[in-house]
Design a protein. Sequence first.
Length: 385
Amino acid sequence: MKLGAACLLLILQTGILQLTSAATPLITAATNQECEDVFTKTGTTVLMSADPDEPEFYTANVEDVRNSTAGSTVCPTKYGATLLGQPVVIVASGEGQLNAALCLTELLRCSAYIKEVIWSGTAGASSQIGGAITPPACVAENHQTVGLGDVCVSPFSLAWECFEASWSDACKGFPDVCSAPDYDYGPEATNADYGDCVYNRFDDASLELADEIVAAARDPNSYASMPRRGPTTQQYMSEYFGNMSAGTGLSYSPNAADAAQVFDYTVCMETTSLYYWTGVPWDYLARLFEAQAVNQALGLNQTAEDMIAVTAEEATGISAAMYHYRQINGSADIPFVIIRGFSDYTYPPLTQTANGSWQAQEFNVDDSTTNEHTYYFTRTAYSGV
Ligand SMILES: *[C@@H]1O[C@H](CO)[C@@H](O)[C@H](O)[C@H]1NC(C)=O
Ligand SMILES: *[C@@H]1O[C@H](CO)[C@@H](O)[C@H](O)[C@H]1NC(C)=O
Ligand SMILES: *[C@@H]1O[C@H](CO)[C@@H](O)[C@H](O)[C@H]1NC(C)=O
Ligand SMILES: *[C@@H]1O[C@H](CO)[C@@H](O)[C@H](O)[C@H]1NC(C)=O
Ligand SMILES: *[C@@H]1O[C@H](CO)[C@@H](O)[C@H](O)[C@H]1NC(C)=O
């Protein structure tokens, strides 16, 4: 009898505990006062980047700045402002997926104030849609070229490190870059062992936000006022494709002087890694994973030859924070999107050494003379407004 009552009590308590834990999310909302350190009103757009230098374009155009109180934030910079009449919070998270996730999780404690989250930053990208060559056939391809300063807009991302590979299987072709790395698992490895590998769960609001940004960035009026590539970027592109041409025998027609192209989530998404890689085998793997991820999300039929590999370090952190927050607070379904502007290529120019065998050329460019980073940041940020 005593035992029975104790059990009943335990069951009741457990029940109560469960109820309590369901009603009180572990990440609790900040008080209005805490939020109003930087958020002035509901309907605020959060503009995020990694490096505090990156939001320069926003910073140059803001009014009514409300800086966060020193010591009140894990984000290196965070302030509220008005940009083109819209309430915004401009934030740098610091580099890497962990910093991005921590900083966004902090912001989400003020979710009641947030209309949408727009991430922008630079990235490495394939120099053509579908790359210059695709293992295992490795025929030189004359696909549409990708320019430095071009932009990818997608609410999807995937974790490139989500596979198992041995060095000898992954690098078996060296120095022939016509080699598809062998690996176990892949994006499909999203499971209890790996956690989330692919962030492509369908979300109407985020797709709409991406569509809206793509449409605005391609609109002839805004397109006309987009910043153009500067002379060192044009020089870089022309030398890159010239040297590629010498190695493949094909001629390419990159439109170096023109305003940048805007690619959407059907042909690109960020493949996040903290490993600064270059080389055709990794470029191929990223394109393959992206094709699988976009097909899974949207029922498309893309292959590695339809995709642009986009390599950067934060999207999965942003996505993980957002997905987990939605899980614990179903009413905070905040649209978000990742905008990446390309500042590098994922492989150097190539040379065919025998039928189907390829090597990377030396392509050494002095960063200080070629990287017009302000242009890339500006170009990328410009797509976000
Ligand atoms: C915000 O405050 C920090 C630290 O005092 C300062 O470095 C930064 O320039 C300020 N930002 C703005 C936009 O006022
Ligand atoms: C859940 O989200 C709603 C809508 O954004 C917000 O008003 C509320 O404060 C959030 N609750 C918590 C505990 O974060
Ligand atoms: C995808 O393309 C392949 C090859 O062209 C074709 O066999 C397959 O039926 C297509 N699948 C879908 C879902 O369209
Ligand atoms: C190159 O290799 C491919 C596949 O191994 C073969 O089909 C093709 O005939 C070869 N071309 C030449 C010119 O040897
Ligand atoms: C491009 O190729 C030319 C001719 O081989 C070479 O002199 C030049 O250094 C290459 N460009 C770069 C940036 O490496």
